[in-house]
Design a protein around this ligand. Structure first.
Ligand code: FAD
Ligand code: SIN
Length: 573
């Protein structure tokens, strides 16, 4: 058995999962190499606004870990992995303390206690935030400082602008990564690799995600044979600022916390419409609000239009200056966009925000490929089910990033004494097989290459027959792919649209696919998403098929079962 100091963990990605895991691993004495494809702060994490959900030792009156579990299961539309949810919610306070040890400071109220925000589908205020609405920047900034301090001491080796392009494998086990850095191709060996590469909002034309969110980790894992799951579930955030015609601006989310403080949604006639769609109105789960906006716009005959967020009442009820104090970044950014939101309505529409699906992992962040861990948005632990509860994503990156490091420290990859067969057997998901989309991993193993080099086969139950590529998509371009995905695999889907999307994507892949690494990853991820969406014929959570409307009885049953607290056996505080 090699000593701890010689065991190397390569971490790919500098969002919350990668930064936190790197710090824990370095402080435990591991040899840590941290790679990220842009600057350190280029991540979804940096832009997070609302905060991190956690039930602390002194929660809001009446709040409990059991309630956090129940809210998460309910928002996830009954599709969550209950054990993963239990871990997420019970271990939250431990990792919040971990963040604080690395220098993260959360906002406090007038008594010096944590200021807890409320967000949609949470039954109590339990969202910790920093800088009002700049939680991501506050958290990432502190973690980056801690990483740089360890780099200076030589306990973390850090490579920015290092783009991971492939996973190295020996006898079926991941043994390092291939990357490009300064235009050179380099390989880095590892005892294990932790993928913390984040999400894939750039699959869609309208997204809250920054440019780095191009599904790289999913594609790397898939090509290495990793099982993936729940790819049909992509969450659209209801309130992304709509740019005035012609204005080219980076996406701007308007946090759900604004609705948590009392903002409402109105249509172009000035009518508040959410109460028609859900009893919790603007504070219904996120998938419900986005879908209701889309359905309402379609009803008004303006499917590509927008609605309005009305925050004026907050200022009236909580006093002048409240919005600027509670949401300083949003106040400044709306002002830059020419809107005084204390007096004017904010035009908003749903935008691609978060991928619930990803690389299948167990409770220790192990993928189905020995030597490969995944944590954060790239992973599918099952905690989010079919629709993520607000502010549970940063938390997932923390809890499962830590659990990956703990597993590696306990010899997660090295219990075999070097025997690859034994190592694979000792790696649970490899033995058990994938939770959900097993046939896809099998196809990857059999078919070998995907994306840039080949078309995506369909299973026989979903033949792509009878579908000619829809006229107009033309040759591949990233913009064309993003428009296609929004039009045919977005908030509202159906079999016809999805099959049209599959045909166009397949055509692009068969033509040799794009040359760029990110474009190839986006094309592969789109194919996988569309295939999964075709495979799930019923509507569930964020996957809404107009040809198979939501099963009202199932929703009622779900509401009823989580109206009670979850079984005592789920909660071990
Ligand atoms: P990320 O933070 O996305 O980091 C991924 C990293 O991997 C990046 O550094 C990227 O450059 C790097 N990378 C990617 N591919 C490669 C490659 N091939 N080679 C090398 N490096 C690579 N969640 C909440 O819980 N609360 C919130 O308030 C909240 N607000 C949000 C607001 C916005 C605008 C957005 C976009 C998301 C928000 N989310 C929120 C979701 C949450 O921010 C993300 O899900 C979470 O930050 C993901 O963290 P991560 O560490 O998995 O990935
Ligand atoms: C938001 O602030 O609305 C985003 C929260 C999240 O994505 O969890």
């Amino acid at each position: 058995m090699t000593g701890i100091h010689s065991r190397r963990l390569v971490v790919v990605g500098s969002g919350i999962a990668g930064l936190y895991a790197s710090l824990l691993a370095a402080d435990a004495g591991l040899d840590v190499v941290l790679l990220t494809k842009g600057d350190l702060q280029e991540s979804n994490t940096w832009y997070a606004q609302g905060g991190i959900s956690a039930v602390l030792d002194e929660p809001a009156p009446g709040d409990t870990v059991a309630a956090h579990i129940a809210d998460t299961l309910k928002a996830g539309a009954g599709h969550c992995n209950q054990e993963a949810v239990r871990l997420l919610c019970t271990e939250a306070r431990r990792d919040i303390a971990g963040l604080q040890r690395f220098g993260v400071r959360f906002d406090v109220d007038d008594d010096g206690d944590p200021a807890l925000g409320l967000e949609a589908a949470h039954s109590a205020p339990r969202i910790l935030h920093a800088g009002g609405d700049a939680t991501g920047a506050g958290v990432a900034d502190a973690l980056i400082r801690a990483v740089l301090a360890r780099q200076a001491k030589g306990t973390i080796r850090l490579f920015a602008h290092a783009h991971a392009t492939a996973l190295l494998q020996t006898h079926g086990r991941v043994t390092g990564v291939e990357l490009t850095h300064d235009d050179a191709s380099v390989t880095v060996g590892a005892d294990a690799v932790l993928l913390a590469t984040g999400g894939a909002g750039r699959l869609f034309a309208q997204t809250t995600n920054p440019a780095v969110a191009t599904a790289d980790g999913l594609a790397l894992g898939w090509r290495a044979g990793a099982a993936v799951a729940d790819l049909e579930f992509f969450q659209f955030h209801p309130t992304c600022l709509v740019n005035p015609a012609g204005a080219q601006r980076e996406p701007m989310l308007i946090s759900e916390a604004v609705r948590g403080e009392g903002a409402i949604l109105a249509d172009s006639n000035g009518k508040r419409f959410m109460p028609e769609y859900h009893p919790d109105a603007e504070l219904a789960p996120r998938d419900v609000v986005s879908r209701s906006i889309a359905l309402h716009l379609a009803k008004l005959g303006d499917p590509n239009g927008h609605v309005y967020l009305d925050a004026r009442g907050i200022e009236r009820s909580k006093g002048r200056g409240f919005l600027a104090k509670r949401f300083p970044t949003l106040s400044a950014r709306t002002r830059e966009a020419g809107i005084d939101w204390t007096r004017e309505l904010v035009p908003v529409a749903p935008a691609a925000h978060y991928w619930m699906g990803g690389i299948t992992t167990d409770l220790h962040a192990r993928t189905s490929v020995p030597g490969l861990y995944a944590a954060g948005e790239v992973a599918c632990t099952g905690v989010h089910g079919a629709n993520r509860l607000a502010s549970n994503s940063l938390l997932e990156g923390l809890v499962f990033g830590r659990r990956a490091v703990e597993s590696f420290l306990q010899g997660g990859t090295d219990s075999s004494g070097g025997d690859p067969e034994a190592c694979i057997k000792g790696w649970p998901l490899a033995a058990e097989g994938p939770r959900d989309q097993g046939s896809l991993a099998e196809l990857a193993r059999r078919g070998g290459s995907w994306g840039a080099r080949g078309g995506l086969p369909f299973d026989e139950s979903q033949p792509a027959t009878g579908f000619k590529p829809a006229p107009g998509p033309g040759p591949f371009s990233r913009d064309a792919l993003r428009r296609l995905m929004t039009a045919k695999a977005g908030v509202l889907r159906n079999g016809v649209l999805l099959r049209e999307a599959a045909a166009v994507l397949g055509g692009w892949a068969a033509d040799g696919g794009p040359r760029g690494v990110e474009d190839a990853n986006l094309l592969l991820a789109s194919q996988l998403l569309v295939r999964a969406a075709l495979g799930r014929r019923e509507s569930l959570g964020a996957h809404y098929r107009s040809d198979s409307p939501v099963d009202a009885a199932m929703i009622e049953e779900l509401e009823e079962s989580y109206r009670m607290r979850p079984k005592a056996s789920l909660v071990h505080e």
